[in-house]
Design a protein around this ligand. Structure first.
Ligand SMILES: O=C(O)CCC(=O)C(=O)O
Length: 301
């Protein structure tokens, strides 16, 4: 079943109400007091300067031969009610070089293929991005959430990454193009209709709703959740701090390709999980999963 395109567009969204703060004016104390302990998003500027390129040329030059697993959504998925999805997406293996080829020849846009959350490891590209990430850590006091490091996101304009939240604090830094980020506080969780634990394809940190094509008959509480929507256009050079449990949907604006980098950070201090208890559960589950994985590799199976 596909959605009815004549469904109403979401009317209320508070646009660009997220504060912008220069890292030059920030100290860890200030950041902790004004943003982190209040679980409040903020846009940080001046982490990176113009000489840090993350684009097709630098990806090909620095990590072109790297094997990655890209997300293939296909042209129909985002036109279908999410409750009918059997999985989040398909995965396909290729090199970064090959993916960049798909971006250039239009296949990535046509088939909705996204190079998402690719960990840079100890690559030359990581070394280029590193100083800016270190500066964010130094000025905010944010501490890296091991084992995550720096992830790259590359995709065609028009791509929408579906509404979800993460189990840690996160920063998303924009290197090429503009992303429109729609944010919702953890408190509106119910109105965003997270998937049930029992749903086969998607985990409970994903929402069943389409915020720009709301189906109020099926999801009546969505109405009040939408009044809490904050939308921000994240421009090149800017970094969005998303505290734990904040729901986010991310749209790549324009027709050209887009590059960003994200990092997950510790929820510091740990009591902040009380501001987003659903995320604590998610974090606990991923922790258990990692321990199981580590144990398995220690035992050699
Ligand atoms: O940029 C995107 O498409 C998604 C990024 C994201 O979900 C994140 O930074 O947590």
């Amino acid at each position: 079943m596909t959605m009815n395109p004549s469904q109403p567009m979401a009317s209320h969204s508070i646009h660009d109400t997220i504060e912008r703060v220069s890292l030059n004016q920030l100290t860890p104390d200030l950041f902790r007091h004004e943003f982190q302990s209040q679980n409040k998003p903020v846009i940080l500027t001046d982490a990176f300067n113009d000489s840090v390129p993350v684009n097709i040329e630098s990806l090909n030059a620095h990590v072109g031969e790297m094997e990655v697993s890209v997300r293939v959504y296909g042209p129909e998925r985002l036109k279908t009610p999410k409750a009918e999805w059997a999985s989040y997406c398909e995965m396909r293996n290729m090199t970064v070089n090959e993916y960049c080829g798909l971006l250039i020849n239009g296949t990535a846009k046509r088939e909705s293929i996204y190079l998402a959350m690719v960990e840079m490891g100890a690559t030359p590209l990581r070394r280029v991005i590193g100083p800016g990430i270190d500066r964010i850590a130094e000025k905010t006091g944010l501490r890296r959430q091991l084992p995550n490091d720096v992830n790259v996101w590359v995709g065609p304009g028009g791509h929408v990454e579906p509404l979800h939240y993460d189990g840690q604090d996160g920063t998303l830094s924009q290197f090429r193009g503009t992303k429109r980020v729609s944010l919702f506080p953890p408190s509106v969780q119910k109105g965003l209709y997270p998937f049930e634990m029992s749903h086969g394809g998607l985990t409970p940190n994903f929402s069943q709703v389409y915020i720009d094509q709301p189906d109020f008959e099926r999801y009546p509480l969505l109405h009040s959740a939408l009044s809490e929507r904050r939308t921000v256009d994240l421009a090149e050079g800017e970094t969005l701090y998303m505290p734990v449990g904040w729901w986010h949907e991310i749209e790549a604006l324009g027709n050209d390709y887009i590059c960003s980098v994200n990092r997950f950070w510790k929820v510091d201090p740990i009591w902040r999980y009380s501001q987003a208890p659903q995320a604590a559960y998610l974090y606990g589950m991923s922790h258990l999963f990692r321990m199981k994985y580590r144990l398995k590799s220690l035992l050699g199976r």
